[in-house]
Design a protein around this ligand. Structure first.
Ligand code: FUB
Length: 389
């Protein structure tokens, strides 16, 4: 009974931790894992193990005494990681399609076990949202193993390109490409991943001169720390806290948009004094969810800080950076992950993001949109996805 009470206390504390945005879940997870290990050692207490594991996956409870800034764009399926683009005067959203795959939650993100993509479209913000059905299924990607994560899309010369991260058959994340004559697919996947690609969360930005760049990478479950040298190292770790943080990657795409046109580069994110952000600076360092946005000639590199749950931005003068950290675009949302895209539409700028309003579960998310506002000096007004009632 004491163990039950102890586990309940840990669970309550962890939920409180999510609501209060005090993110110290790693030591708690470690503690819970140690507790689970000791429970495992006692067969008599096996039912408690089942109880505690189901508690662990319920970690994104609805907010109380707050109201959500925006409502889910669709409710019939779970969607996340919305990459929005305007094609032919319409907004198209390329999201992940979250499902309940029954995989236990862990720090590698195994519970995000998605298997296809659906594309959404809308004529105007606040208007009807259409789900165009399955645009690409994992079973039609010849090299794919598991976990279709955050995709993006691009258009060039009559062809739409869908870029997606998925683990290959060796369980290594790579980035693939698929093509279609329609923005909503169906898309046909290339036979192999993009040569030189690694990790997750591709975001393709086409500059005003027509050149396209892919930004990508993500640490922890996104495996970027396994690529600190030129080859993949399963045991690769993040730099020490006092060393420069790992940066996202960038490469210009070839004219046919199917491969990299140059060696992949690591991007630097600097503080206001020109020093690279450190790996221990969890409030500001890059974690995942790259998105490039150009505003008044400046390059805004936006990203998630992962375990501190912010969407942040850093500004540079070139698509390659370096970028100087400027601040927070979106405060933590309900749920562990935070992931954004930014798009201009009819004289306004919009932030697409997700939270877990519909499910209360961190791996079953719903995409949303809200307006993004710039100050006169080019800084961005920070958004809270929940407001006081
Ligand atoms: O959706 C799976 C992963 O969760 C994405 O690739 C990350 O950006 C995070 O949102």
């Amino acid at each position: 009974m004491q163990s039950v009470a102890f586990l309940s206390l840990l669970f309550i504390f962890r939920s409180y931790n999510q609501h209060a945005h005090l993110f110290i879940s790693f030591p708690i997870n470690l503690f819970i894992k140690m507790t689970i290990n000791s429970i495992k050692s006692s067969l008599l207490l096996a039912p408690l193990l089942v109880l505690s594991i189901s508690a662990l996956s319920q970690d994104a409870k609805p907010v109380e005494n707050k109201k959500y800034l925006s409502q889910p764009l669709v409710k019939h399926i779970y969607t996340a990681d919305p990459s929005a683009h305007v094609f032919n005067g319409k907004i198209y959203i390329y999201p992940s399609h979250d499902i309940e795959a029954g995989v236990l939650e862990n720090d590698n993100g195994d519970h995000f076990d998605m298997r296809d993509y659906h594309i959404l479209s809308l004529d105007k913000i606040g208007g009807k949202v259409t789900d165009h059905g399955v645009a690409l299924d994992i079973k039609n990607i010849p090299w794919a193993g598991r976990q279709l994560w955050a995709p993006d899309a691009a258009y060039k010369n009559g062809i739409y390109y869908l870029y997606f991260p998925v683990k290959d058959k060796q369980d290594i994340f790579r980035i693939g490409v698929a093509t279609s004559k329609s923005p909503t697919g169906p898309f046909k996947a290339a036979a192999n991943p993009i040569k030189g690609s690694l990790s997750i969360d591709p975001a393709v930005f086409t500059d005003t001169d027509g050149k396209s760049y892919m930004y990508f990478g993500g640490i922890w479950g996104g495996q970027l720390q396994r690529w600190r040298s030129t080859s993949y190292n399963l045991k690769g770790e993040e730099p020490k806290d006092n060393e420069p943080a790992m940066g996202p990657r960038v490469a210009r795409l070839s004219k046919n948009m199917l491969e990299f046109d140059e060696p992949v580069e690591e991007i630097k994110i600097l503080d206001k004094d020109g020093k690279q952000l450190l790996a221990g600076d969890h409030n500001r360092r890059f974690f995942e969810a790259s998105w490039m946005y150009k505003h008044k000639g400046k390059y805004y590199f936006t990203y998630s800080t992962g375990d501190t749950h912010y969407i942040s931005y850093a500004i540079g003068n070139s698509p390659y950076g370096p970028f100087v950290y400027k601040g927070i675009i979106l405060n933590p949302v309900q749920g562990w992950t935070n992931h954004q895209s930014i798009v201009d539409f009819k004289d306004k700028t919009y932030l697409f993001y997700h939270d877990t309003q519909l499910s209360g579960k961190t791996h079953l998310r719903n995409v949303k949109v809200t307006e993004l506002v710039f100050n006169k000096d080019g800084s961005i007004q920070t958004i809270d996805s929940v407001q006081d009632k």
